[in-house]
Design a protein around this ligand. Structure first.
Ligand code: F6P
Length: 343
């Protein structure tokens, strides 16, 4: 068998670990070959590819962040000739099955291809952890670790200066990084996209904490967090080609508003792409490697139109249709549980 692989959407620590494990499993267990398509779907649309051999070079990529195949936010569904072009590239390269590794956008395109009869098994990745039907996506643990370390550092400087510190973390639609980093880092409040925040309530919490004699306040803000309608003036971002919200600089805007309302000294830190770059944690390397092994087994078993998923400690297959129906966001009760702790 000949397997095609691509990485699409934003990069994420662990992508190379998946590629390595697919190449190794394919060669060792099935005597199959693997071709990598460059820059997400673009590689299939423009037939840009490279052979991936199970040699020592592939072993060295296990710990490397990013993706050796490159990635891009290209949506083939939007192109009139997208499907025939992809079919042609697959045929020209003798590819029997495709393993796209990606987040919501990439997996939705994978589902569309599967519906059109292309043999596909998806691998979920995203630091945001917002893919449905899998307990966790790789990349999340690394992003969470980076965010938690940053919060640990911000505590001491905030305390020394008696400041309010806002830490903006990634998460446009889902507040998983914010929620978990807030808990792990002992933040005093966390704001997530799923629950609009009331600025008056945020200011009250800060004021109460300082009145009690506490000397600093750390608030984790997901980049997609939004104020309750009418609670403050807010510049909203636009929408990108996948229908995703574009950054609004929420921490900066909220910080300015807090200073204006209660006169506290506020500083904002935007962690941005530091959460996505660099070497994956051990947890992410293991999960990514297991996803790669199981995706390779699935294409050889002919289990197409599926996605590998973590359930407890097992890796299972779920229909791509189910995994891409909606994003996995933070349930209100999970958030409420944390806010009760912060109060
Ligand atoms: O989906 C992962 C993610 O890192 C989001 O958390 C973030 O909002 C987005 O990608 C940034 O995308 P881009 O790389 O296109 O700026």
């Amino acid at each position: 068998m000949r397997i095609g692989v691509l990485t699409g959407g934003g990069d994420c620590p662990g992508l190379n670990a998946v590629i390595r494990s697919i190449v190794r499993r394919a060669a060792q267990e099935y005597d199959s070959s693997v071709v990598g398509f460059r820059d997400g779907w673009r590689g299939l649309l423009e037939d840009s590819h490279r052979e991936l051999a199970a040699d020592e070079r592939i072993d060295r990529i296990l710990t490397r962040g990013g993706t050796i195949l490159g990635t891009a936010r290209v949506n083939p569904k939007r192109l009139r000739d997208g499907l025939p072009q992809i079919r042609k590239t697959l045929q020209d390269n003798g590819v029997d099955a495709l393993i796209p590794i990606g987040g919501e956008g990439t997996l939705t395109a994978a589902h569309w291809l599967a519906e059109s009869g292309v043999p596909v098994v998806g691998v979920p990745k995203t630091i945001d952890n917002d893919i449905d039907r899998t307990d966790v996506t790789f990349g999340f643990d690394t992003a969470l670790t980076v965010a938690t370390e940053a919060i640990d550092r911000l505590h001491t400087t905030a305390e020394s200066h008696q400041r309010v510190m806002l830490v903006e973390v990634m998460g446009r639609h889902a507040g998983w990084i914010a929620l978990h980093a807030g808990l792990a880092g002992g933040a005093h409040l966390t704001l997530i996209p799923e629950v609009p925040f009331d600025v008056a309530d945020v200011c009250d919490r800060i004021a109460r904490r300082f009145e009690r004699g506490d000397k600093h306040f750390i608030c984790v803000v997901a980049e997609g967090a939004m104020p309750l309608a009418g609670s403050m003036q807010f510049r909203e971002g636009g929408i990108d080609e996948f229908g995703h919200k574009i950054f609004t600089g929420v921490a900066q805007q909220l910080g300015d508003e807090i200073e204006r309302r209660i006169g506290m000294e506020v500083r904002s830190t935007v962690l941005g792409y530091t959460q996505r770059g660099g070497t994956p944690t051990a947890y992410d390397r293991v999960l990514a490697t297991r996803f790669g092994l199981h995706a390779t087994d699935a294409v050889h078993a002919g289990d197409f139109g599926t996605m590998v998923a973590l359930h407890g400690t097992s890796i299972d297959l779920v229909p791509l249709a189910d995994a891409t129906r909606e994003l996995k966001t933070v349930p209100r009760e999970r958030y409420a549980e944390s806010v009760a702790l912060f109060a």
